[in-house]
Design a protein around this ligand. Structure first.
Ligand SMILES: Nc1ncnc2c1ncn2[C@@H]1O[C@H](COP(=O)(O)OP(=O)(O)O)[C@@H](O)[C@H]1O
Ligand SMILES: [Mg+2]
Length: 254
């Protein structure tokens, strides 16, 4: 068992499972109900998953078929980028993305991510300054993953105080696309603890090979190469990038 523990199910019937077990459950459970999330940008669904011996639990299902075409991302690839972001976060040991897998569902193949119940009134611009380390890590991840869609609503604060990142469909483009609400650290030195984590990853041949293989199955060769180049740039430059244009900020913010 690796990774942090997760609680699945509702108050009355809960179970503690590891990140690996969550991935197995996401992949193998039956999808017993599936409702569209009305404020999503693509056709994104809340799915109820059911497996023998486990409490039912919720996940977010994004079928390939429900992806709205974009001029700057190849069609039908966003669900793979959701998984690519998750495996990258795991490879770096940065556990802020809910477990995400790819499977078949009622609307065809897509990504399925564990649903994290948000704290009801958490406001990103209100809590971000009290979560500086989380924001620094997420900002660095977004830079190297080339996230074009870090809106405020793509950060979720859970009632236990953890901050999660969701919606990584617009990542790993080969061309620079960083678009985020987290510009608080623009031009600042990257904290040494994060640099050390990146360096440790860069030195670890086994972890590198695993991530390279995983990304190779999800992205184009050029996209995978550019990811590793951005990682090297971060290690060379050791500072957060500066805002380059008006397009560096998502609109709307949420
Ligand atoms: N893992 C998750 N846990 C909790 N809520 C989520 C999760 N993923 C998505 N959501 C909710 O669903 C909404 C739409 O999801 P999002 O990932 O933004 O999809 P889209 O790709 O359609 O923009 C989010 O704004 C959020 O409210
Ligand atoms: Mg979204």
């Amino acid at each position: 068992m690796t990774g942090p523990g997760f609680t699945i199910g509702q108050d009355g019937a809960c179970a503690q499972v590891s990140a690996d077990e969550v991935q197995t459950l996401l992949a193998r459970s039956r999808i017993v109900a599936c409702e569209m999330i009305p404020w999503s940008s693509n056709y994104t669904f809340a799915a109820q998953l059911s497996a023998a011996g486990q409490p039912d639990f919720l996940a977010v299902y994004k079928p390939r078929r429900g992806e709205v075409p974009l001029y700057d991302f190849p069609d039908g690839t966003l669900y793979k980028r959701e998984r690519a972001a998750y495996v990258t976060s795991v490879a770096l040991g940065w556990d802020f993305i809910p477990p995400t897998i790819i499977r078949d569902g009622p609307h065809g193949v897509g990504s399925v991510q564990l649903y994290i119940e948000p704290e009801p009134r958490a406001d990103f611009f209100g809590y971000k300054d009290c979560h500086q380390a989380d924001m620094q890590r997420m900002a660095l991840f977004d830079w190297i993953a080339n996230n074009a869609d870090r809106k405020a609503g793509h950060c979720l604060k859970a009632p236990d105080g953890r901050v999660w990142g969701i919606d990584h469909g617009l990542t790993f483009n080969a061309a620079p696309k960083l678009r985020t609400v987290i510009w608080d650290f623009a031009g600042d030195p990257i904290p040494s603890a994060l640099i050390e984590q990146l360096e440790a990853f860069r030195r670890d041949a086994a972890r590198l090979a695993t991530l390279r293989r995983q990304l190779g199955e999800l992205l184009t060769r050029a996209e995978t190469e550019m990811f590793f180049r951005r990682l090297d740039s971060a290690l060379e430059y050791r500072r957060y990038p500066a805002m380059s244009s008006r397009r560096s900020m998502p609109w709307p913010w949420f």
